[in-house]
Design a protein around this ligand. Structure first.
Ligand SMILES: *Cc1c(COP(=O)(O)O)cnc(C)c1O
Length: 449
């Protein structure tokens, strides 16, 4: 056996429970936690116990899908989904996440953007979709997934659920406030994906989703769920690519591998920290934020002060009150322990632009604005620290998604990868609605699957 329960060696495999970050008595099994998304008290689900993995035994896995099955296996043990975990992982991890070395440095780039919508969110969205489809099989009513999006999340979720039976996706985005590339990704699906351009802001879209969840007529007509990044089913699979790159770089002696992660809601970063908690030889974890400084300031002065988000070039990280901070605090309740576990920095737009231009000249690499935040954080490390370890920059999106920003900085266009080009060949279809519940209700009733 390649892992053992935390309580003792070779105990019978029991089912793993997850508890709320707020009320520890509120627990759920794996499948139930995925279906609920959020715990009933508004907290986030975290594992009650941690299995210890044996890195040596994980090493023999062939490919991401097999590694995923081994790593996630203990969490799904004895759950209704356990029997299907192999096919679920095969569906979710069907594209690569290569680790590309940078010459002359002890540095690699973990490219997580080779999926259908060219951002790391494809891994989590596809895993959640594969799980929910199975959990819902045979359920009477179709499941409606409501997603409010400021650009990236809606595309990944729509792509992951498109064409799946028994599930309908409703995407709400603020009319005129997403980039042309993003709008195409939100509106090109058809079938079981419906897109609504809301006459309002992203905050209005989020408010509408919350109101819909509380609305009796809507809930009577359909089962509602969310595919927000706080869902355990999006977070846990993200630990898999950290395990893969760590095993690849750490060598047989298990030398620690350190990560710099472009961060917003901290879902990607918590997945890395969970991988370390599971026993993988991960060293430093640096949270690379844009001008939204809430986390960096908290680690410096110890005051948690959420604030409204500010718009930046790295827009998928424009978060002023990162929801997954609750999961970090659950693992490290003491500030000093947290400071020992992670560090953070904040990079403004000017530095993002300069980093994209200079690394293109220097290395021939084209960063998306989010990945550029991590590249800048790396450049700011003292040289001794850079040389002391093995470092990985996490590449969260393909630069072509942000070609309007990047092309002027590097003096050339960024060609679309085939997956994105295919999306651009599809017709864009969406309806406009007012930013109120009445309009959403009427639009949803219009043509239900
Ligand atoms: C969502 C996103 C991030 C931020 O990830 P979190 O898990 O919210 O911290 C970073 N980069 C890109 C491209 C994203 O889409």
């Amino acid at each position: 056996m390649w892992w053992r329960a935390a309580d003792g060696p070779d105990e019978a495999v029991g089912s793993m429970r997850f508890h709320s970050t707020r009320d520890l008595r509120l627990t759920a099994g794996f499948g139930a936690a995925l279906e609920q998304g959020l715990a009933p008290d508004g907290g986030l689900y975290v594992p009650e116990t941690w299995p210890e993995v044996e890195p040596a035994a994980l090493r023999t896995a062939h490919g991401l899908a097999e590694l995923a099955e081994r790593l996630i296996g203990p969490f799904a043990a004895a759950d209704a989904l356990a029997a299907d975990l192999g096919p679920i992982c095969a569906e979710a991890f069907n594209f690569p996440g290569p680790l590309v070395p940078i010459e002359g440095e002890q540095l690699g780039v973990l490219e997580l953007f080779h999926g259908p919508t060219a951002a790391f969110k494809d891994f989590g969205a596809r895993f959640l979709a594969a799980c929910l489809t199975r959990l819902r099989a045979g359920a009477g009513r179709p499941l409606t997934i409501l997603v409010a999006t400021s650009g990236d999340t809606g595309g990944a979720v729509a792509a992951a659920f498109h064409g799946r039976p028994g599930v309908e996706v409703v995407v709400l985005f603020p009319r005129g406030l997403v980039s042309p590339t993003q709008q195409q990704q939100l509106t090109c699906w058809g079938g079981n994906v419906r897109s609504f351009a809301v006459r309002g802001t992203f905050d209005d879209c989020q408010r509408l989703v919350k109101q819909a969840f509380l609305d009796e007529p809507l809930r009577a007509a359909r089962a509602l769920s969310s595919a927000n990044s706080i869902n355990l089913g999006r977070l846990l699979p993200q630990a898999v690519y950290y395990a893969a790159s760590t095993l690849a770089l750490a060598g047989p002696r298990g030398e620690p591998v350190s990560y710099i992660i472009p961060s917003g809601n901290l879902g990607n970063a918590v997945a890395c920290i969970w991988a370390r908690r599971l026993g993988l030889p991960i060293g430093e974890v640096i949270l690379a934020h844009n001008a939204n400084r809430t986390v960096a300031d908290f680690l410096t002065d110890g005051h948690w002060q959420p604030r409204p988000s500010v718009a930046t070039l790295a827009s998928a990280m424009d978060v002023g009150n990162p929801s997954n901070m609750e999961r970090l605090r659950a693992l490290y309740p003491q500030l000093e322990a947290l400071r020992g576990a992670v560090s953070a920095c904040s990079v403004d737009d000017e530095a993002i632009r300069a980093r994209i231009a200079s690394d293109y000249r220097r290395l021939g690499r084209i960063w998306c604005p989010h990945t550029a935040v991590a590249a800048e954080a790396y450049a700011r490390l003292p040289e001794a620290r850079r040389r002391a370890g093995r470092w990985v920059l996490v590449g969260t999106a393909h630069p072509a998604k942000f070609r309007e920003i990047i092309a002027p900085l590097i003096g050339r266009d960024v060609p679309l990868p085939p997956a994105l080009a295919a999306l651009f060949a599809r017709p864009s279809v969406f309806e406009e609605i007012d930013a109120d519940l009445h309009s959403l209700r009427a639009a949803l009733a219009g043509e239900s699957i």
